[in-house]
Design a protein around this ligand. Structure first.
Ligand code: GLU
Length: 552
């Protein structure tokens, strides 16, 4: 068959040649060893932890090596397109410190390797499909959906691998005249790769391929044998074909993507071979897993696990530095060790490598994130925490904006207990922090705990608060202040030392701890809190007296 004629018959409108595109997108001028990576999300409007996990790898590989990281919009499946999705992708990733050097943006493309939106690249894909057809490496297939279903049914009945290959690929044997007639009749067709694989060979003679994956090492797998669709009947490419053409022309050196693409890797390798191109280095990342209630590892699911969505971290108000720090602990097994040796180093000084990545499933654990967040937030100054909280509240909790009216007040609150040798680690994420410190603001004060039972039983709550107010001097130092509480305890029949009460519970109504808890509850509405004296200093004299007075 004259394949050139066939190619002209199918693609008469394609006048550009592969050489034109090779010239339009020349090799990048980058330093030796510089990596070029990309994120290729579908614009569904849902951006999840897996995207961030992969983007992090892309970003580190590119930026650590002086390379480029770009955004390509993979919208060939138009059913999934959501308006504003590009903005969502860029903004969510930027929030977590991930920035692109080139690619699609809200205001058009940046960079010389575009267009960076797949739906705008139709002619490019068709040009390379034309090349494959003209070399007899791809062909038009006119099988209808019913015919394909019948083929599948016979294959199932004969226990054969399903798919279009070998003798099942009936359109392979059409003559040029038959093809021309079909096209004239308006029969719809797709373009399929003419695979070299031969399914009829005995198992041990099937060709195998070896692919070096930067995360998984050498992968040994059977070569592709399916006549995979490369252009759909609409002329739109499948993911397989679009990825190969784009990553070649955009001069991508490393393709980071999820393990769900491993089964189709042989297709991509065959496509690269047939097009005469060097494949990129593949980096197939592990699935994100979590431990369920029974302690079993399972994949994070969009339906069951709200923490899969990146919005979750924004809404809860996790600090991006904490999320980055946590992601690195699950991305690279040696990160925690490095962090211990370099507690104050900038996170970007850590040398990220793909060979320290897990292959079996990265375990995602919110409790661990929370622990890491506590340590990360401890290193952030009260001033910066104030700004972070304020920005979060403006977006997610505007009703609490009055908390930010008095900067000095809130900064003091945020710094409680953080300067000690064994500092308090109260702060985890914005939502939790706001709840934690809400009692400092009169309109948010709530009586969350009751007064101690021992005191209530003796009917002493009011008496304690009255005594306390009587001797209260806002200028007392911590020791003088506590001695006054001891005096009240003694006067009202409470043990000054808790251990005396424990030894002889019948001799006392309770102990000094119960007395101070009364004050704590009156001031903060809670039985547990940081140091009462310190809190009073922050609340100020007027507010302190007012709160105590309310219970008398
Ligand atoms: N568009 C593909 C996806 O959303 C990207 C896979 C890739 O990075 O190659 O899964």
């Amino acid at each position: 068959m004259d394949y050139n004629k066939l190619a002209e018959l199918i693609f008469p409108h394609i006048s550009q040649t592969p050489d034109d595109y090779e010239a339009l997108y020349p090799a990048r001028q980058l330093p030796q060893g510089a990596k070029v990576t990309r994120l290729g999300p579908s614009p569904t409007g849902f951006i999840h932890l897996g995207n961030l996990y992969g983007a992090f790898v892309d970003e580190r590989l590119a930026h650590q090596s002086g390379g480029r990281f770009y955004l390509r919009i993979e919208d060939t499946d138009d059913k999934r397109y959501v308006e504003g999705a590009v903005e969502i992708i860029i903004n969510s990733l930027r929030f977590f410190g991930i920035n692109f050097d080139e690619g699609a943006t809200m205001n058009g493309d940046i960079g010389h390797y575009g267009d960076y939106t797949q739906s705008h690249r139709g002619e490019i894909y068709q040009c390379f499909a034309k090349k494959l057809v003209s070399e007899g490496k791809a062909y038009p297939c006119f099988l209808t959906e019913e015919e394909i279903a019948d083929i599948r049914a016979s294959q199932e009945a004969q226990k054969l691998t399903p798919g279009i290959y070998g003798k099942w690929a009936k359109s392979r044997s059409l003559t040029l005249d038959e093809i021309e007639a079909n096209i004239k009749e308006g029969k719809p067709y797709v373009i399929r790769l003419k695979s070299d694989g031969d399914m009829s060979l005995p198992e041990d003679q099937i060709r195998r391929i070896q692919v070096n994956d930067a995360i998984r090492g050498t992968l040994d797998m059977p070569a592709n044998d399916q006549d995979t669709v490369i252009l759909k009947a609409t002329g739109i490419p499948t993911y397989h074909f679009a990825h190969v053409v784009d990553d070649h022309l955009m001069r991508t050196t490393h393709v980071v993507r999820g393990a769900e693409w491993l089964p189709s890797l042989p297709i991509h390798i065959e496509l690269f071979e047939k097009l005469g191109w060097e494949p990129p280095v593949y980096c197939h990342t592990a699935q994100l897993m979590k431990l369920d209630e029974e302690g079993n590892k399972r994949k994070l699911s969009k339906r069951k696990d709200p923490e899969l969505s990146l919005d979750y971290y924004r809404n809860q108000g996790y600090h991006p530095a904490a999320v980055r720090e946590y992601l690195l602990t699950i991305l690279n097994s040696n990160f925690e060790e490095w962090r211990m040796a370099n507690p104050d180093a900038d996170i970007n000084e850590f040398e990220f490598t793909t060979d320290k990545m897990s292959t079996s499933g990265a375990l995602f654990d919110l409790n661990k994130l929370n622990d890491i967040s506590k340590d990360v937030l401890l290193k952030i100054s009260a001033g910066d925490l104030f700004d972070f909280l304020k920005a979060w509240a403006a977006e997610f909790k505007p009703e609490i904006m009055h908390m930010f009216d008095d900067r000095a007040y809130l900064e003091k609150i945020l710094d409680i207990g953080r300067k000690e040798t064994k500092p308090r680690k109260d702060h985890i994420y914005a939502q939790q922090m706001v709840e934690n410190i809400s009692y400092f603001f009169d309109d948010m004060f709530k009586l969350e705990d009751s007064f101690p039972a021992e005191v209530e039983a003796a009917g002493d709550t009011e008496a304690i608060l009255t005594e306390y107010l009587k001797t209260y001097n806002h200028g007392d130092d911590q020791e003088t202040w506590f001695n006054k509480i001891r005096a009240i305890a003694e006067k009202l029949g409470y043990a000054v030392k808790p251990k005396d009460y424990k030894k002889n519970p019948d001799l006392f109504k309770g102990h000094v701890g119960h007395v101070s808890t009364v004050i704590r509850v009156a001031l903060m509405g809670r039985q547990q809190s940081p140091d009462v004296w310190e809190i009073q200093q922050i609340l100020g004299e007027a507010r302190t007296r007012e709160r105590l007075q309310k219970f008398i």
